[in-house]
Design a protein around this ligand. Structure first.
Ligand code: SF4
Length: 443
């Protein structure tokens, strides 16, 4: 192996990353000059106040799909991108935001597949619908293969503040197991261009508990991620959904016969070990955990997602996009053609799916469950006041039991505490079971 040549010193926010390349042109590693990390014990205290309304856009195109994907996405055909943007404009006119939005979030799918001029058109539609007010935070999800200087320039001039890159892994074998279509080399190139573009916030998504990915490989992914010094890192445990290519492949290989727990997915012990590895490592590296799967440098948590988890309000545009407004939650039809037809007939409301009429109690339950997933915790009394309802009698006993079992920290029961419930590390590992127990209190 030849000596490494220093080819780039890319500014990523306040830090610098140095990219190494062999004489053959292969990007091999990234060494880092990160400033000393400082963690606030309560994870991201000092963030800006939470927004009131978020606007989400689901860009449903992927080409082709990843093997584990269970999101609504479709392979684009000629003219689909233009028609999509045009119809988003109609949808924004049919169902405009009822108040100024503080955050925009474009997810998918792959928003980065749109060419620069259509990204500009889409962004202009959102800005116009928002009374030309720029949001406090504007996130666009991109896959490494779609990161290109021209697209980044278009997004930067619109006022996009945050790029979330779906890296998932740096390890070629793990990427192959996931059926991701990008290469390690594309990730390094994407990070170099992102550094040059100068967005205030870069976030990397990683996946663990992938078949064939042992602890050492996962740790290498984490180590490589922090070498890029992003402001934010999300780590997701792989969920095996039926009917995905990965599920079918594993089932056919005889890895098991059914859902999680039947041999297809990682055991809960292995998942817990990988969770612990991530949490310990990222904390050591200066990334405060602020939600079970999300870590950031102080002041860089995702405001849009925090608003969602706190049961704020958001409006979703595009096929399969979810909304929550007032006492109603719904989703647009997860089908590009149905979505378009609904808009053309000005009858999109009739095509909505998963429509749920909410009550103060159901909002309280959801705010408790999602609030507990955040390290800042949640105050049941403040939530009951906010939603104008009474806490269920069974909740008090549950809180005491969870504290005795070591899943809630001492502030949950201490008279000197602030009235917030916060999960301990062991509690976070059991967040789903605790959510189910909370729901039982509301029955
Ligand atoms: S890029 Fe995302 S949405 Fe598209 S196929 Fe892969 S996982 Fe699914």
């Amino acid at each position: 192996m030849g000596a490494l040549e220093l080819v780039a010193a890319s500014p990523l926010g306040l830090v610098e990353c140095l990219v190494g390349r062999t004489p053959l042109g292969e990007v091999l590693f990234v060494s880092v000059l990160c400033p000393p990390a400082r963690i606030d014990g309560r994870a991201n205290a000092g963030d800006a106040p939470l927004p009131q309304l978020g606007l989400y856009c689901h860009v449903p195109f992927c080409a082709p799909a990843c093997d584990y994907c269970a999101f609504y996405q479709t392979q684009p055909r000629a003219g689909d991108f233009e028609l999509f943007v045009e119809n988003i404009g109609h949808e924004l006119a049919l169902n405009p935001p009822n108040s100024p939005a503080a955050t925009f979030f474009w997810g998918g799918g792959t928003p980065g597949l749109l060419p620069p001029e259509l990204l500009t058109s889409l962004g202009t539609l959102f800005l116009e619908a928002n009374g030309w007010r720029k949001p406090v935070e504007w996130t666009v999800e991109m896959t490494p293969g779609t990161v290109r200087p021209e697209r980044l320039a278009a997004l930067r001039s619109l006022g996009v503040t945050r790029i979330s890159v779906g890296v998932q892994s740096f390890d070629p074998d793990t990427l192959a197991a996931l059926g991701r279509r990008h290469t390690q080399r594309q990730v390094f190139q994407a990070m170099e261009w992102l550094g040059e573009a100068g967005f205030p916030d870069i976030s990397l998504d990683l996946i663990f508990a992938v078949p064939g990915q042992d602890e050492a490989r996962w740790r290498m992914d984490l180590e490589q991620a922090v070498r890029f010094c992003p402001q934010h890192i999300s780590t997701y445990c792989l969920t095996l959904e039926e009917d995905t290519a990965l599920y079918i492949r594993l089932a056919a290989a005889g890895a098991g016969k059914g859902k999680k727990g039947n041999g297809l997915a990682a055991s809960s012990e292995r998942e817990a070990a990988l969770y612990r590895t991530s949490w310990n490592f990222l904390e050591e590296q200066g990334y405060a955990q602020y939600e079970i799967s999300n870590f950031s440098r102080p002041g860089h948590s995702c405001l849009h997602n925090r608003n969602t988890w706190r049961m704020g309000e958001w409006l979703g545009y595009g096929p399969a996009a979810a909304s929550q407004l007032g006492f109603r939650r719904w989703r647009n039809p997860p089908d590009l053609v149905r979505w378009r037809r609904g808009i053309e007939r000005a009858a999109l409301e009739a095509e909505r799916v998963d429509v749920v009429e909410l009550t103060p109690e159901s909002l309280l339950a959801d705010a408790l469950i999602f609030g507990l997933r955040m390290n800042e915790g949640v105050s049941p009394i403040a939530l009951a006041e906010r939603f104008g309802c009474v806490l269920p009698a069974a909740l008090g006993a549950l809180v005491h039991r969870l504290h005795e079992e070591g899943f809630l920290d001492d502030t949950a029961v201490s008279e000197q505490g602030d009235g917030f419930l916060r999960l301990t590390l062991e509690g976070r590992l059991r967040a789903d079971a605790i959510a189910a127990a909370i729901l039982c209190c509301f029955e």
